[in-house]
Design a protein around this ligand. Structure first.
Ligand SMILES: C[S@@+](CC[C@H](N)C(=O)[O-])C[C@H]1O[C@@H](n2cnc3c(N)ncnc32)[C@H](O)[C@@H]1O
Length: 470
């Protein structure tokens, strides 16, 4: 029996309703991507098909796509890679030819994804995207026009990949494949639907690595207090419950960062997904934590480009330069090896007062922790990792993946410093917060379990030594 039924509900479109009662951690959906594209900064570092990160990859000279193995290359060839090779060949045959401008592997990620979706649909003569929400009628005329231009580019490249120069003279199979998906209006809606339905694929550490279209997962709506979370195993999505869910209840995910002021999150949901999210009591509470710690009454926008206003939170736009400018400033301080000073200024100085629960402070602590690790400054890395964990605890619900991953990272640093009791505590927090989290991250889970047993042994050895000395 399927785990959920799809139903349309007023004001929510299609919804996934639980077909039975689920315990926490149960899988409600496991699905391979219909199509996936690596984000630009991951190209050349990961396999284009399996998304595996490897030092040595096989690189295709015509398209620049990289693969972990011949098997992955073959699987990609069947899905999309052969078509992209055909496009490369078509481009190279006619010098100066403009097959829809830049090649699809250079397009922006959402458009590249739309092209791969379309290409696979043409091959199998299916259009599963016709059911996806695109919010077409809510787009402005100029947005619709842009989508139609992008759709025409996708169709030009599709024709090139099928070897079609003139539809009348094309081979019958190629013509039928093309005609199966060639409605410009439908393709424009497909392009629009990518903005609403593409999922950001993350690796074991929750780093964003790719965009994927998952036809069944695209039915899951957003909730401010979701009962499910997604994780990714290569190009597969796994959706699990995070609490008990009763038969008939709607299964929902969080589309947006929940450790963010709801004003920012709700603005993004409206802008990208065209629906209004409402504050729940938990959201009010989280907002309170995020903002009250910051409410310095005499706060003013400052030279580093980030201001705080008790009503508006971090001033990211308008007169005050954006938060990114501030992060850039911090980057500059790192390169000057003054990043500890930058952290102090950002969190406690007279001009920056980002309180303990603030999302920007958390973002900074994470970035500074990563920077300290990359510079092998282990005691600073430890301090920032502790900061990250304490911010997580304030902001996120318990069992939220990012919280457990933060504990695992801190455990590593505590172990490195020989703090065995602290390591054990961190490992236990990591493992107990969301035990199911590690099922989709077997390598990382095993690492935490090994750290736990090593810390236990070391702590025992240390206590025996202490006893002998006495
Ligand atoms: C990925 S789709 C989810 C499935 C969608 N309901 C459908 O009919 O295909 C995202 C869209 O679902 C709708 N949606 C998701 N969460 C919602 C919510 N909490 N309230 C209202 N609409 C929501 C919005 O239209 C959003 O753009």
């Amino acid at each position: 029996m399927a785990s959920f039924q799809t139903k349309r509900l007023a004001g929510r479109g299609r919804c996934a309703l639980a077909s039975r009662t689920f315990s926490p951690g149960e899988v409600v959906l496991e699905e391979d991507a219909w199509a996936v594209v690596l984000l630009p900064d991951q190209q050349g570092l990961r396999c284009d098909y399996s998304l595996t990160c490897l030092e040595k990859l096989l690189r295709c000279p015509s398209t620049g796509l990289c693969f972990a193995s011949k098997e992955d290359q073959k699987a990609a060839a069947d899905l999309y890679y052969k078509a992209e090779l055909e496009v490369a060949a078509a481009r190279s045959k006619v010098p100066g030819a403009n097959v829809a401008g830049a090649a699809p592997w250079c397009w922006p990620s959402h458009l590249r994804l739309a092209w791969r979706v379309l290409q696979r649909g043409a091959k199998s003569r299916e259009q599963p995207w016709l059911n996806l929400e695109s919010h077409w009628d809510e787009l402005s005329e100029s947005q619709q026009c842009d989508m139609e231009t992008s759709a025409a580019r996708c169709l030009d490249v599709l024709a090139a990949s099928l070897g079609i120069l003139d539809l009348e003279e094309a081979a019958p199979e190629a013509r039928q494949n093309f005609q199966a998906v060639a409605d410009l209006g439908d393709v424009a809606r497909l392009v629009a639907a990518m903005e609403v339905n593409a999922m950001t694929v993350t690796d074991e550490e929750l780093r964003e690595i790719a965009l994927g279209l998952y036809i069944h997962a695209a039915v899951f709506n957003h909730d401010e207090e979701p009962n499910c979370i997604q994780s990714f195993v290569g190009r597969r999505v796994v959706i699990r419950t995070i609490r008990e869910v009763f038969e008939g209840e709607e299964l929902c995910l969080a589309y947006a960062e929940i450790g963010q002021l709801s004003r920012v999150r709700h603005g993004n949901l409206w802008k990208h997904f065209h629906f209004r999210a409402f504050k729940t009591p938990q959201v009010e509470k989280r907002d309170g934590i995020l903002s009250c710690v910051l409410a310095a009454p005499d706060w003013q926008p400052v030279e580093h480009g980030v201001g705080w206003d008790p009503d508006q939170g971090v001033l990211e736009e308008g007169a005050a330069p954006d938060a990114l400018a501030f992060l850039k400033e911090v980057h500059h301080c790192w390169s000057e090896a003054k990043w500890q000073k930058a952290w102090k200024e950002a969190t406690a100085g007279p001009t920056f007062r980002l309180g303990a629960g603030h999302a920007l402070r958390l973002a900074l602590a994470r970035e500074l922790m990563d920077e300290a690790v990359s510079q092998e400054q282990w005691s600073e890395a430890l301090a920032f990792a502790r900061e990250v964990c304490s911010c997580h605890q304030l902001i996120y619900p318990s069992g939220w993946p990012v919280v457990s991953l933060g504990w695992a990272r801190l455990a590593k640093l505590e172990l490195y410093h020989g703090h065995f009791d602290a390591t054990m505590r961190c490992c236990q927090e990591a493992l107990s917060g969301a035990p199911y989290l590690w099922e989709d991250r077997p390598v990382a889970g095993e690492e935490v379990r090994q750290m736990l047993s090593q810390a236990r042994l070391e702590a025992q050895a240390a206590s025996w030594q202490g006893t002998r000395k006495r």
